[in-house]
Write a protein that binds this ligand. Sequence first.
Ligand code: 13P
Ligand code: SF4
Length: 314
Amino acid sequence: MDQQITNLDLDLREEIIKLKKELNASILAHYYQESEIQDLADYVGDSLELARRAKTTEADVIVFAGVHFMAETAKILNPNKTVLIPDLEAGCSLAEGCPAPLFKKFRENHPDHLAITYINCTAEVKALSDIICTSSNAEKIINQIPINQPILFSPDKNLGKYLIKKTGRRMLLWEGSCIVHETFSERKIIDLKLENPSAKLIAHPECEEHILLKAEFIGSTSKLLKFVQEDDAQSYIVATEVGIIHQMKKARPDKVFIPAPPENNCSCNECPYMKLNTLEKLYLCMKNGFPQINLDEELIKRALVPIERMLEMS
Ligand code: 13P
Ligand code: SF4
């Protein structure tokens, strides 16, 4: 049967609200989702806030409007709940660039190192790690590690380099990166700054060092959002995925938010994985109870340990 439907056939918004009640479901959405999905969600947040929300929700079904590693984390924290994701192919270049067998070798080659791993990784890589972190809590977690303890930081080398600077810790880095945060053009940002001299450049720490060096504020998605709400500037050049601008505009309709431009004339500042989730797929996954996240029980047990450590330390 052809599952294609159009917005004309059904009022998808209404249908999703109905299904939410029927299933006792909670929709958790990341800031990089389409604005129509963010507006329907019960909760919109960054990776850390979404993991916390997934742990405490009383809903029977978690509908995760985000990417696969985020939905997996929700399942690890709630093995007895149904976790749905609109599109199973919604991956992440960081998770894909860090396959578990290679990560296992990386660890074996450095047996005295503690593995602190960014949440943007698969459940298998989480299970092989000592502590998980997000861009919101990484600095706080690293600062709690004894100074003489060597650290492996995976899989984002840009975030890793930024954290080395912030904490003064030497860490061995996995050579991974985010395809979205690596596209920003320094040249075009400089031009934008010349055209808008009072606009502040704000950036996610997954950006490359040369962009971060120019940024007036660096933080996770929720920290960027908080910053623009409290800061006294009137305009910002936003160097992260464009989806966050929806919440920025909602919070401060009086301010101007300019997406940092990519080098090519493409929409590379949109995460192609996040954008696989559409309102239509959100509706279909709730209606069909599929796609679901299913993980091996043993894997859940092992991956839970470093996630719980993160939640305790942050
Ligand atoms: P945040 O934890 O800042 O929301 O980051 C998630 C992410 O995937 C950034 O690209
Ligand atoms: Fe992964 Fe980058 Fe997309 Fe975030 S923006 S989900 S890090 S590919």
